[in-house]
Design a protein around this ligand. Structure first.
Ligand code: 26Q
Length: 829
């Protein structure tokens, strides 16, 4: 903390006030009496940036001077959310800034609401990348994030008469104070065209020359990534696509001014919009082009930096150190094309032999798998590859040939069945390139994101690869940053912990919270803890009222399910229970029960019909229940529109119950489960993903676990699951499902909700919602009983919160450092 104090010397309250006012005048061109909130916000950011930029420069110089090994985190998504409060906290400037603004008559929390979310991601995978770069900087590790500078992030969700409507998200319409354009580091990448084979008379070799049809310019935008409590400021570099000037001119000179404009528009389309899918999007060419665009720009950037330090006096580049200096992490298969791209650069452009190039290449890359869903495993039709990346396709064929004739033949001699399965190419009417297989062959490490998931990746998804390369497979359980997900979003809880422990060390060493175990039973501590939870619920009730018009009682149990909408995540199971509970209350108006508020937040992929139907059903069922006076407010159902990072920060601290109810074996990890638990919510969940590890830490007795296990799911499916059995035998299931056929929730429009029933019966109930229903209902009953015992509940909630040390993303990053990257920390002066 000492380096910190000296850097903060220029940031007393008075200094800060002066800086903000200075920037209001000189950067924003306005004055105190005329400034809007937005101007105040930007002036505040500019004041903070004085310190950020200084440390950014220091960090980059230090890393360059020491020629440190660095990790390059390639991800098509970075779901950053807002940065103002985060950066202030990480620089220890939050309080002084708040005081300075107060003197100026401005409220910092209000100002933070001015910032649009940076929603350059769909969900878990993108948010994980954001937490990871926070931890990398906090641990003083040399790291760069590389991604796409989407002009439009994930769509804004509006709800019109219960249905999801998608609106564009233009997050930088009025400028973003956290990004810096770096025209000096522009890169150019090529697309399309054909490959020429040139025969060398001299040595009889064949040389390949790619003649691309098109060039695209990549313009880098840098977002500083401020580590907590330290001096490291890394960067997140996001590529924007542009037409190269040269290209415009050629067409222009030929008299095609209008064509040149069209060409420009085509080039700029590449980074226009984030694909709003979090599972599949069958073979969209633009998506492959996006993936290649950012992977190729990033590799060029990496090579440029490497060459600066490793070019010999002769002018030749020494590649012998490449794998020692460069680690590239592939966040899912989205940047897989980086593997053949690096081979292309080495072999075609840098003149390395194939073996020499491959020996470097696989040591550089490592791959994180985030899903087992078969429909989510990326495959690209060969004919698309031929058109977009003809040379890369040849290289993939060569990687495949050497693998099948080499390692594969050695372990499975003559076994054509296994060879077909492991091949990088899927044969069939449409031949496909299998990106997951390419990742496994082209990486030195492959990891899953929770213990159970990594086991399934190794044993069920890639078992034959594991026979060839057993040590390639490992686990790194996900984590989340406690800076954003506790300190910043739940300041009162953070204060209680810091004051009770007499130290704020827990903000980086989250395990330290375990020292609070002795207070879990302490009446005074419990009172304080529950008072904070209540205050958070009161605040959320105000937000709910403002966003939806629904009144909720902060004394009710707040039961929250927030995540993308997918059938495997089973929002429909939650809905089915709500229907059953509603019926119970209607049939027995005097039923003793804790008032229960069911809160949902979720976006559906725009093309995912069933997901959208479930959103509609939640809204319609909610409308009916919320307006039914007979149940005397015992049940409320709230669908919060436009779920996003900044809304999560308001929902999570107010949760009593965290619903994590995926079919066992389908949720790779989950990360919302961790955020909710560390803020004192009790998990109502299945033994899936990281839930297993969460209850291992917090104790099953402090949570409500239910449902089939992974092995039970497998055997139920193997033995021929029939959902009709559950429908016919369980009266509550039957009643709830039949209700969906009626017009009870959609007056005048019977059958509008029947699609959900159909999917659960005729559709075969792929995700076993009916099989788990009774056990889910029983778990709810256990929860109710727990909630009725105030002291018992407080104790369980506290124990959940303080035992989540393992799920600090700093721990995840340390695991990557030890198992995958072998990086060293680098302190910046
Ligand atoms: C792929 C091809 C074409 C278009 C889109 C996509 C695509 C985009 C995003 C596929 C998947 C995603 C995102 C997946 C994701 O968020 N997975 C989640 O990752 C989390 C972090 O590891 C886990 O906690 C979750 O369990 C997992 O579902």
């Amino acid at each position: 903390a000492s380096s910190f104090d000296s850097a903060s010397l220029n940031y007393t309250k008075e200094d800060f006030k002066a800086k903000i006012v200075h920037h209001l005048h000189s950067t924003l061109g306005t004055s105190e009496n005329k400034a809007t909130k937005q101007s105040w916000w930007k002036a505040t950011c500019a004041a903070v940036n004085e310190l950020v930029y200084e440390r950014l420069t220091q960090t980059q110089q230090t890393h360059a001077n020491k020629d440190t090994r660095a990790v390059h985190y390639l991800s098509a998504e970075f779901l950053m959310g807002r940065l103002t409060a985060n950066n202030l906290h990480n620089l220890h400037l939050f309080n002084v800034c708040s005081d300075a603004l107060k003197d100026l008559g401005i409220n910092l929390t209000d100002l933070c609401e001015e910032e649009p979310d940076m929603a350059l991601g769909n969900g878990g995978l993108g948010r994980l990348a954001a937490c990871f770069i926070d931890s990398l900087a906090t641990l003083n590790l040399p790291a760069l994030g590389y991604g796409i500078h989407y002009e439009n992030g994930l769509f804004r969700q509006e709800i019109h008469n219960g249905r999801q409507i998608e609106r564009p998200d233009s997050w930088r319409e009025y400028g973003n104070p956290w990004e810096i354009c770096r025209p000096e580091s522009i890169q150019e990448v090529a697309l399309g065209g054909y490959v020429e084979t040139i025969y060398s008379e001299k040595d009889g070799s064949l040389k390949k020359v790619w003649h691309p049809a098109q060039k695209i310019k990549g313009v880098p935008w840098d977002i500083p990534v401020v580590g907590y409590n330290g001096t490291t400021v890394n960067i997140l570099r996001l590529w924007e696509s542009k037409a190269p000037e040269s290209f415009d001119w050629d067409v222009f000179n030929a008299g095609g001014y209008v064509d040149a404009q069209a060409e420009k528009a085509r080039a700029e389309t590449i980074s226009k919009v984030l694909y709003p899918n979090d599972s599949t999007e069958a073979g969209k060419i633009l998506r492959l082009v996006q993936q290649y665009f950012f992977s190729a720009c990033s590799l060029k950037d990496i090579l440029r930096r490497y060459k600066r330090a490793h070019t010999l006096a002769s002018g030749k580049v020494d590649y012998s150190e490449f794998a020692n200096k460069i680690a590239v992490q592939l966040n899912d298969t989205h940047p897989t094309i980086a593997i053949p791209e690096l081979m292309r650069i080495f072999v075609d452009e840098e003149g390395l032999g194939w073996e020499e190039a491959w020996n470097i290449c696989y040591k550089v890359f490592s791959y994180t798998n985030h899903t087992l869903l078969p429909e989510a495993l990326e495959k690209w039709p060969v004919y698309i590859f031929e058109r977009v990346l003809p040379r890369h396709l040849e290289i993939i064929y060569e990687i495949n040939r050497r693998f099948l004739e080499g390692e594969c033949e050695r372990v499975f001699p003559g076994n054509d069945f296994i060879k077909a399965k492991l091949s990088l190419i899927e044969e069939g009417s449409t031949r496909m390139v299998r990106m997951g297989n390419l990742c496994v062959v082209g990486s030195h490490k492959v990891n899953g994101v929770a213990a159970i998931h990594s086991k399934l990746v190794k044993e069920d998804l890639f078992p034959e690869y594991a026979q060839i390369w057993n040590d390639k497979f490992c686990n790194v359980t996900n984590g989340v940053t406690p800076r954003r997900w506790m300190l910043s979003c739940n300041p009162e809880l953070a204060k209680l912990y810091t004051e009770t422990l007499g130290s704020d060390e827990w903000v980086t060493k989250l395990d330290k919270l375990k020292d609070l175990k002795k207070y879990a039973d302490n009446a005074d501590f419990q009172k304080k803890f529950m008072a904070i939870k209540h205050a958070n619920k009161v605040k959320l009730a105000t937000v709910i009222k403002a966003e939806t018009g629904i009144e909720v009682d902060p004394n009710a149990l707040f039961d929250i399910q927030i995540k993308r909408l997918h059938e495997y995540k089973r929002q429909q199971l939650n809905l089915l229970y709500i229907l059953a509970l509603y019926r119970r209350v209607l049939e027995n108006p005097d039923l003793e029960m804790t008032p229960h508020v069911f809160i949902f937040g979720s976006k559906a992929a725009p093309g995912y019909k069933m997901a959208k139907d479930i959103i509609y059903a939640i809204n319609k069922v909610g409308e009916r229940i919320n307006n039914d006076a007979r149940i005397k407010g015992k049940i409320k159902v709230v669908f919060m529109p436009n779920y996003r990072v900044s809304l999560a920060e308001k929902l999570i601290p107010a949760a009593d119950v965290s619903q994590q109810i995926s079919t066992a074996g389908y949720e790779a990890s989950g990360t919302g489960n961790m955020k909710l638990a560390m803020n004192g919510a009790i998990t109502l969940g299945t033994m899936d993903g990281a839930n297993i590890e969460i209850v291992e830490e917090a104790g099953e007795e402090n949570n409500a676990i239910f449902g089939l296990s992974v092995d039970e799911v497998k055997s139920v499916k193997a033995n021929g699951y029939n959902p009709w059995d559950y429908y016919n035998r369980d009266h509550e299931i039957k009643k709830a499902l039949d209700w969906l056929d009626s017009d009870y929730f959609t007056p005048g429009f019977p059958g509008e909700l029947a699609g959900i029933k159909r999917a659960l019966l005729e559709g075969g109930d792929t995700y076993l919602a009916l099989a788990d229903f009774r056990s889910y209902s029983d778990a709810h009953a256990r929860l109710e009983k727990m909630y009725a015992n105030k002291k018992g509940w407080a104790k369980s909630a506290i124990l959940n919160s303080i035992t989540m040390g393992k799920f600090n993303s700093d721990r995840s990053i340390q695991d990557y450092v030890d198992q995958v990257w072998s990086l060293e920390t680098c302190l910046v002066k």
